[in-house]
Design a protein around this ligand. Sequence first.
Ligand code: SF4
Ligand code: SF4
Length: 362
Amino acid sequence: MSLTRNTDNTPMKTAEIHLENGQLPDHPSVGSTYQVADQFTIPQTGPVFDETLAALGIELKHAQPNELQINLGKLCNLACHHCHVDAGPKRTEIMTWATMQKILRWAKQANIQKVDLTGGAPEMNPHFRDFCHALLNMGVQITSRCNITVLYEQGQEDLAQWYADNKIRLVCSLPCYTEDNVDAQRGKGVFDKSIAGLQLLNSLGYGHDDALSLNLVYNPGGAFLPPPQSSLEQDYRNMLRDNFNITFSNLLAITNIPINRFAHALQRDGEINDYQDLLVSNFNASTIDQLMCRHLINLDWEGRVFDCDFNQMLDIPMSGQQTRYLWDIEIDGVAGQPIATNRHCFGCTAGAGSSCGGVLSD
Ligand code: SF4
Ligand code: SF4
């Protein structure tokens, strides 16, 4: 058993989990797990996440938050197979300027230092640039999750230069370095546009200049775990440099979480139970301290708060309590609050772990 630290700096118990016959014990009861509404899809079989933690003496609670992760809406120019947001060109849910202003006021008062902007394609929100300017004026460090192809959308012709001028950290999806795999997952023609977009960003200094951080995201093209992040990063570096003269800062390997669109695909292919078994049998307790839900507050397009983006998509309110907006909570009241879980959470603790920042343990 190893010890890490709780929010109050007391030791938190983590442990290697002991499998019986290679399997975690099955728990028929649901405990304090948050029940997901019928319209959402998650795995229905196998061990329960919070009971698995309880068996190890672990309570999953928020640490002091250091970041807001803000979903600016579900509108996107793509409709990828693995998308946990179910985003696409026909979605109309989008954050208003009035909501952004409330968030800005709260973030200033709470002295928020980092913001992670996501969607959908966050750039397709008409207030995206004004919101970023307001955050930058407050000294907030911005990460934007850019699908790269949005650089070629009508009205976004100057987006790459705008990003570079404002030194915004970019996290860009590129689930493989081959055309077939990318187009199969994200749509025909996406690979070519992604390569052209990365070359454009490189030409503006992204991936070369320390102030212009260009990070790529890999996620598996099916029902399997990511390979080790460091060796995969080297493969990406070699392939993208040799074939396209592209350079980047870091590769983030992210596990597909079995909810909504990806879970539907697994169900359709009869793979959902096997995939959940894979996640459970690779449970790694050493990832828990760094789970993203412990360190950030997630917001939806209306400003409602959640423990993470996956819980947002399953309509599981922050800490499993009643629906609240950011401006209903105090930042000092977050640390120590419980985190609402269900079986999809095994996706974050499998293998080396997974978060919006890549793996959680080596
Ligand atoms: S680009 Fe991102 S947000 Fe848009 S559909 Fe694909 S995965 Fe979803
Ligand atoms: S899905 Fe992952 S990040 Fe979200 S609450 Fe579960 S363990 Fe935490």
